[in-house]
Write a protein that binds this ligand. Structure first.
Ligand SMILES: *Cc1c(COP(=O)(O)O)cnc(C)c1O
Length: 364
C-alpha cells in the first residue's frame, strides 16, 4: 500500500512543496544568513498572530513551550482549565514542575467559560491560568472573547493559551485578546512536520518571568527575548524547519489570511454536514465546534442520540481507501471519531475523503 493521506488532527498531511523547502544547505545559526531569515519571517509571524510582541521559534513540540510557560510564570498557584485530554494534562505537567496547581474541571465536549474562570480568580489564590482554545481531543472550542474579558479584569494574572490546533486556521487576535502567552505547534494547522513550536509573550509576562526562580535555560523567556532581539534563538534551532516555515508563510500570505480562515470554516461546515447526513450527531456542545477538526459523536454522549457504528472497523475501511482518520482519543476512543480539515485541504480534497468515508460506511 502506498502513502496513506493524513486526515488525523495532527500531525497532518505535509505537501511535497513544504518537504522540498527543507532541502537547502544548513547555515550557521549565528550567521548573517540566519539572522536575515529570522528577520524576514518575524513580521509575517506577528501579522499571523495579530501581535506587536515577538513571536518566538522553539525547537520542541508544543509541550516544551507549555512546560516552559509554567516554569516561567507561576510563582503562586496555577489554575488549569481542563475539558479534554490535552487540557487535563496541563495540571499534571504543572505539578511535575513542582508548582502549586488546581484543576477547573469541565465536562469533555463543553467549553471552558469565562464565568467559571472568574469565580476561581476572585479567590485571589491564582497568579496564572492555562486553557486550550481548541481542545483537539474533543473538537471543542472555548470562547476567546469571553475569557479575554476576564483576563482584562485580572491583568496581573498570567493567561497561557494553547492554540496548538487552531493557530493559522482561524483568526486569533493575540494583542486585542490580551493573553500573555499564546503558543502553538506547527504539525497541526500549519501543515509542517513536527519538531517546532511558536509562541508569543506579553510585556507583563516578561516582567513576571524576571521574578520567577527556576525557569531553567532551554525555555527561559528572557533568553528568547535577548536572542530574539538580535534575530536569533537561544540555542541551535531546527534551521531547515525555519526554511519550511518561510515557505509556508509565503503560501499563507499568498492565499490571504481572511481567505485562509474562510476556507477552514467552509471545510469544517462540509465535514459536519457529512456527519449529520449520515445520521450522526457532533460531540461538542452546539455552538462550540472546532473549525479545524470535527469530533463526531458515536455514543460518547448518549443524550445527543445519533448513529453508532463500529469505529475501529470504519477507520480501517477508510484507511484501505488511502486516508487516515482518527478513531477517538483518550476516554472517548471508539465512542467518537475525528476528522481534520487543517492545513492545505480544499473542498475537492475533502470530497475525496468523504467519498472514501461513504464507501467505508456502506461496507459496515
Ligand atoms: C497536539 C496538541 C498538543 C501537544 O502538542 P505536541 O506538539 O505533541 O507537544 C497540545 N495541545 C493541543 C491542543 C494539541 O492539539
Amino acid at each position: 500500500m502506498g502513502h496513506v493521506k493524513l486526515f488525523i488532527p495532527g500531525p497532518i498531511e505535509v505537501s511535497a512543496k513544504t518537504l522540498a523547502a527543507f532541502a537547502k544547505p544548513v547555515i550557521g545559526h549565528r550567521s548573517q544568513a540566519f539572522k536575515d531569515l529570522y528577520a524576514k519571517i518575524q513580521p509575517r509571524l506577528q501579522q499571523l498572530f495579530y501581535t506587536k510582541q515577538p513571536v518566538f521559534i522553539s525547537t520542541s513540540s508544543a509541550w516544551g513551550v507549555m512546560e516552559g510557560s509554567i516554569r516561567n510564570l507561576v510563582n503562586k498557584k496555577v489554575l488549569c482549565c481542563g475539558n479534554g485530554a490535552f487540557s487535563d494534562k496541563w495540571l499534571d505537567v504543572s505539578l511535575r514542575c513542582g508548582k502549586e496547581a488546581e484543576a477547573l474541571t469541565v465536562d469533555w465536549g463543553s467549553p471552558v467559560r469565562g464565568a467559571a474562570i472568574e469565580e476561581k480568580l476572585a479567590t485571589g489564590e491564582f497568579d496564572t491560568v492555562t486553557f486550550i482554545h481548541n481542545e483537539t481531543s474533543t473538537g471543542t472550542q472555548s470562547p476567546l472573547a469571553e475569557i479575554s474579558a476576564v483576563k482584562k479584569k485580572y491583568p496581573n494574572v498570567m493567561f497561557i493559551v494553547d492554540t496548538v490546533s487552531s493557530m493559522s486556521g482561524q483568526k486569533i487576535p493575540v494583542d486585542d485578546l490580551g493573553f500573555d502567552v499564546v503558543l502553538c505547534g506547527v504539525q497541526k494547522a500549519f501543515a509542517l512536520p513536527p519538531g517546532m513550536a511558536l509562541f508569543t509573550v506579553s510585556e507583563a509576562a516578561f516582567e513576571r518571568a524576571a521574578s520567577v526562580k527556576g525557569r531553567g535555560y532551554y525555555f527561559d523567556f528572557l533568553e528568547f527575548k535577548k536572542n530574539g532581539d538580535k534575530s536569533m534563538t537561544p540555542s541551535t534551532p531546527v534551521i531547515n524547519h525555519v526554511y519550511a516555515l518561510e515557505s509556508k508563510l509565503d503560501e499563507i500570505f499568498t492565499e490571504g489570511l481572511d481567505a485562509r480562515f474562510a476556507r477552514h470554516q467552509k471545510l469544517a461546515d462540509m465535514t459536519r454536514g457529512w456527519a449529520l447526513k449520515h445520521g450522526f450527531t457532533l460531540f461538542p456542545d452546539e455552538g462550540y465546534e472546532s473549525v479545524t477538526l470535527t469530533c463526531v459523536n458515536n455514543g460518547a454522549r448518549p443524550e445527543k442520540g445519533g448513529r453508532i457504528i463500529d469505529v475501529e472497523k470504519f477507520v480501517k475501511l477508510v484507511k484501505a481507501e488511502g486516508f487516515l482518520i482518527n478513531g477517538g482519543y483518550g476516554k472517548i476512543k471508539g465512542t467518537t471519531f475525528r476528522v481534520s480539515n487543517m492545513g492545505d485541504e480544499t473542498p475537492e480534497t475533502m470530497n475525496e475523503l468523504f467519498t472514501a468515508m461513504d464507501k467505508a460506511i456502506a461496507q459496515l
